[in-house]
Design a protein around this ligand. Structure first.
Ligand code: FAD
Length: 537
């Protein structure tokens, strides 16, 4: 087996990974890896923008308060403050890099700040309605031009390598990662004193999701297998408004549309969210998603409507050019009639326990962006805070690593990957079947509204699927599909187990058998090997 060496290994080239890589490159050689093209990931699809205090009438205190309020008691104030305070410097840096945020037509000195649910002020910076693409294109161009950064695409990280796994005594330390080269089928190792997991989200664990195909929870599953604590996995955010159309697999209609006055209405034209929250259509996502779910179930409707037809085509074309055009292509003119929408799995608030400097429980291993649970989002994410977190934590982690100066690992040799031998003729169909089953079970039993019975059922099904995957994994040559399925099933189990241990409803987790919120907010933490103990603190 080939072993490559790098000063810093960053797994994931979304906003978090790119930011970390660009700041690490001043300190050594960076290997920046993605499992498809470098562009592909949740970051690229972000439409709404980045929350940041830019308006002189706004304040850090208000942004912190809104984040804590939305976080439902599970956010940690220190982490929230660090991320919110770190925002302005990162925005200034992005502008120095040539990434521009929209300014007001009437006054070019002022930003055109968007309003989103849960924010008490307009504070969302945006680059048209393609903020994520603007960020990724801009930062990727810099990374490509940086002689200290090597980009590697189509490499799928399989597992990180803790020293304990290769029989070294003393405290576990991460010394790199095994990869599958998807082009050649070769398995190899990258040895590095620093591994940064920036692998993004896990929306693909659900049948309906706004996330692209790469979001299979690989980083969380890898960290869990390496024995790290994984926190609050039941806190899955469902975006209320994905376009309902057979060809629109993951097409999201940004919350910024509601910020500009769009209303959620049922088939009868009623703005039903007022039955659930006095803020109506501008209520936070968990409330609107639950309201939609409830109305759809009550009336047996497959969707509800989002109505911004009181705005003219001119305004919509200027404010939401990509969105407006895409809806037109699907046959919906937002300026003329309401568009059908459904909720879909969107964001994972939980993840690998890490601080805002990316530090995890294992020296040498860092986690940033959506894969991490830093204490910012708690039980629910305030809209547009995740790009902010990816930027600030990506930067802080690079600073922390540079200050740490982790020791060399070149003298440690990573043993070859043990390959299964058989090539299965029916593997593709088994993987496809289990993949669909995991996603359907999660959607039906571990979705927006949960119950004890549904969670028990899901746990049983996921366990059976995981056993099947394990036997496949031992016997057959691994493929990218099998590795992703293994990770998807692992995160599904983590979500179910965390949900089962939360005997209350809080933030994004709603269990109809436990509708009340407990007086004390506690994290759900799963640690140790799969099947190991579950601890709630
Ligand atoms: C449609 C959509 C709209 C959104 N809108 C907003 C918004 O307006 N504002 C906001 O704040 N947030 C928004 N979000 C959320 C936000 O985009 C993400 O939380 C954030 O971009 C995550 O960034 P990341 O760098 O952690 O991960 P990602 O951008 O998802 O990048 C993950 C990277 O990891 C790589 N990877 C994954 N697994 C492996 C593996 N095994 N081996 C190698 N590489 C791997 C991928 O190839 C990819 O490069 C939105 C999300 C979606 C899906």
């Amino acid at each position: 087996m080939q072993t490559r060496d790098s000063d810093f290994l960053v797994v994931g080239s979304g906003l978090a990974g790119l930011t970390a890589a660009l700041h690490l490159s001043a300190h050594g050689k960076v290997l920046l890896v993605s499992k498809r093209t470098a562009e592909e990931g949740n970051s690229r699809y972000a439409q709404g923008g980045i929350a940041c205090v830019m308006d002189p009438d706004d304040s850090i205190e208000e942004h912190v308060a809104d984040t804590l309020q939305t976080g439902g008691g599970l956010s940690e104030e220190e982490a929230v403050r660090a991320v919110v305070e770190g925002g302005r410097a990162r925005i200034a840096e992005l502008e120095e890099f040539g990434i521009h945020f929209e300014r007001r037509a009437e006054n070019r000195e002022e930003y055109d700040l968007g309003q989103e649910g849960g924010h008490s002020r307009r504070r969302v910076l945006h680059a048209g309605d393609v903020t994520g693409k603007a960020l990724i294109d801009g930062l990727l161009a810099r990374a490509k031009a940086d002689p200290n950064i090597t980009l590697a695409g189509n490499w799928l990280a399989i597992d990180v390598v803790p020293t304990g796994w290769i029989g070294l005594a003393g405290q576990d330390r991460c010394i790199g990662c095994y990869f599958l080269d998807k082009n050649s089928g070769e398995i190899f190792a990258v040895r590095s004193p620093v591994t940064v997991l920036a692998t993004g989200g896990l929306g693909k664990a659900y049948l309906y999701t706004s996330n692209p195909d790469v979001a299979t929870g690989d980083g969380v599953a890898m960290a869990w297998r390496a024995g790290l604590p994984i926190r609050d996995m039941e806190m899955i955010q469902f975006h209320p408004t994905c376009l309902y159309h057979p060809d629109a697999k993951t097409f999201l209609i940004s919350e910024a549309v509601r910020g500009e006055g769009a209303k959620l209405i049922d088939r009868r034209g009623r703005e039903f969210v007022y039955d659930f929250d006095k803020r109506g259509s501008l209520a936070p996502r968990d409330i609107t998603a639950r309201a939609i779910d409830s109305v759809m179930k009550k009336h047996g409707d497959p969707f509800v409507y989002l109505d911004i037809s009181h705005r003219d085509a001119d305004f919509l074309q200027k404010r939401f050019p990509t969105l407006y055009e895409a809806c037109l292509n699907f046959g919906f003119d937002m300026a003329r009639a309401p568009v059908p929408v459904v909720p879909a799995a969107h964001y994972s608030c939980g993840g690998i326990v890490a601080d805002v400097n990316g530090r995890t429980a294992m020296p040498g291993l860092y986690a940033i962006g959506e894969v991490a649970s830093t204490g910012l989002h708690g039980a629910n994410r305030l809209a547009s805070n995740s790009l902010l977190e990816a930027l600030v934590c990506g930067y802080c982690t690079a600073q922390e690593i540079a200050a740490d100066q982790p020791g060399p690992v070149a003298e440690v040799s990573i043993p070859p990957w043990e390959l299964g031998e058989a090539v299965s003729s029916d593997e593709a169909v088994v993987v496809e079947h289990n993949w669909n089953e995991v996603r359907t079970v999660m959607w039906d039993y571990v979705g927006i509204v949960r119950s004890d019975r549904r969670l028990t059922r899901a746990r049983r099904r996921i366990r059976t699927i995981r056993e099947e995957i394990r036997s496949y994994y031992r016997e057959y040559l691994v493929t990218a599909d099998l590795l992703e399925l293994r990770n998807l099933a692992a995160v599904a189990e983590l979500i179910v187990r965390s949900a089962q241990h939360r005997k209350e409803s809080r933030g994004l987790h709603y269990n109809e058998d436990w509708p009340e919120t407990a007086a004390r907010a506690r994290h759900a933490i799963v640690q140790d090997k799969p099947g190991g103990p579950l601890d709630v603190e």
